[in-house]
Design a protein around this ligand. Structure first.
Ligand SMILES: C[S@@+](CC[C@H](N)C(=O)[O-])C[C@H]1O[C@@H](n2cnc3c(N)ncnc32)[C@H](O)[C@@H]1O
Ligand code: SF4
Length: 364
């Protein structure tokens, strides 16, 4: 595993100086929407509220590398709720209309409801959350009351043994299903359900998963296993393509293609021919969607990443702690304007081995 760079080293990299120099000459919000060098507008923001997790999913935080003792950030390194809210307001002024709270496992962040209330007060903003569902049964109602609008729950199999093997902490399927029920009852329906498909591990669960949620209104999204981070030992051979996933479900349950809900939607939509609902497939490996990527990510310690596959981030926390909002906004604008990322389009066996930050830290 010589390609693994210690997470701490990656976290210190912050090529901010050049951007700060550019920002000095580029006022924020000077003319219309903020677009990057490929014409992509800034629209979505993902915020990792913790790098900790109670699962050890084999494709995300595999135990083999650090055991249960991941080198998590100390509490003092985390952005405070006040800093996250401030940053969110700045991003909204720059055109962001959707914020997804993620992690790590976001429901492990204490009093997350308070943050959601703070974000909900900003207005003009869609607030969503991605969770492994372990704590959702307990928290769905309070999250909804705080202003959460939608939730995505990860669930990789309905087969208990397969699911336990994938989360690698013996967590049972039934408890995640309770979480989805609770979310639905609290008014967070339809719930999106994310299933990462890894060949030979849970590909036999594709059709049972589709069948289980067909007709319920909830939407399963099948996700190609990606080469995020440097610890999951990703190999192309482990990827089941979106094309194969669609063919498999079509053969069993009958699918037809559906139009995207909006231009640049990440999941490709397919509906059941009998009218009983839809699924999504996210083909981030076999059909890269860099061209339409409007997403920025803020890591747990406040670094801005303009690509999931980046290995350096820009230290916004330092700016928040020393500069006025207008200066932070100018830096964000300068970073976005110079953005040229298109990792998935140029992915190859060799790029897959490049150092990248872990998904739990950058926010999945
Ligand atoms: C990193 S997790 C964070 C939120 C929460 N802990 C959860 O699991 O939903 C966000 C999403 O990223 C997905 N994910 C993690 N590692 C992945 C990988 N290597 N390839 C594709 N998706 C991945 C997870 O399945 C999950 O749906
Ligand atoms: S995918 Fe989510 S639940 Fe699984 S280890 Fe990563 S952060 Fe945790």
């Amino acid at each position: 595993m010589s390609s693994i760079i210690p997470i701490a080293d990656l976290r210190t990299a912050s090529p901010l100086d050049a951007v700060l120099r550019a920002a000095a000459h580029a006022p924020a919000n000077d003319a219309g929407p903020l677009v990057d060098t490929r014409g992509r507008a800034l629209h979505d923001l993902r915020i990792s509220v913790t790098d900790r997790c109670n699962f050890r999913c084999v494709y995300c935080m595999p135990k083999e590398i650090f055991g249960r003792d991941y080198p998590f950030l100390p509490q003092s390194e985390l952005l405070t709720f006040e800093e996250i809210e401030r940053l969110a307001r700045i991003f909204v002024d720059q055109g962001v209309r959707k914020i997804r709270l993620t992690g790590g496992e976001p429901l492990l962040r204490r009093n997350l409801e308070r943050l959601i209330e703070m974000l909900a007060r900003i207005g003009n903003l869609d607030i969503t959350l991605t969770t492994n569902g372990a704590l959702l049964a307990k928290k769905a109602r309070s999250l909804r009351d705080a202003g959460l609008q939608r939730v995505t729950v990860s669930l990789d199999s309905l087969d208990d043994a397969t699911f336990r093997a994938m989360n690698d902490v013996e967590f049972p399927v039934a408890r995640v299903l309770e979480g989805i029920e609770a979310a639905s009852a609290a008014g967070l329906a339809p719930v999106k359900i994310n299933m990462v498909v890894k060949r030979g591990v849970n590909d036999a669960s594709i059709v049972p998963m589709a069948r289980h949620w067909k007709g319920t209104g909830h939407i399963v999204r099948f996700i190609e296993y990606m080469d995020v981070g440097a610890t999951n030992g990703w190999r192309m051979d482990d990827v089941v393509s979106a094309g194969t996933i669609v063919k498999t479900i079509d053969a069993a349950l009958g699918l037809e293609n559906a139009q995207p809900n909006y231009p640049g939607e990440v999941a490709e939509r397919w509906r059941y021919r009998d009218g009983s609902g839809e699924i999504g497939v996210i083909a981030s490996v076999t059909q890269a969607f860099c061209r339409d990527c409007t997403r920025a990510r803020v890591s747990t310690d406040g670094k801005l990443y303009t690509c999931l596959f980046a290995n350096v981030g820009y230290d916004l926390r330092a700016l928040l702690r020393g500069k006025h909002d207008a200066e932070v906004a100018a830096v964000i604008a300068a970073i976005w304007r110079q953005r040229a990322d298109r990792y998935s389009e140029i992915r190859s066996a060799s790029t897959a081995r490049l150092p990248k930050v872990e998904m739990s830290y950058i926010g999945g």
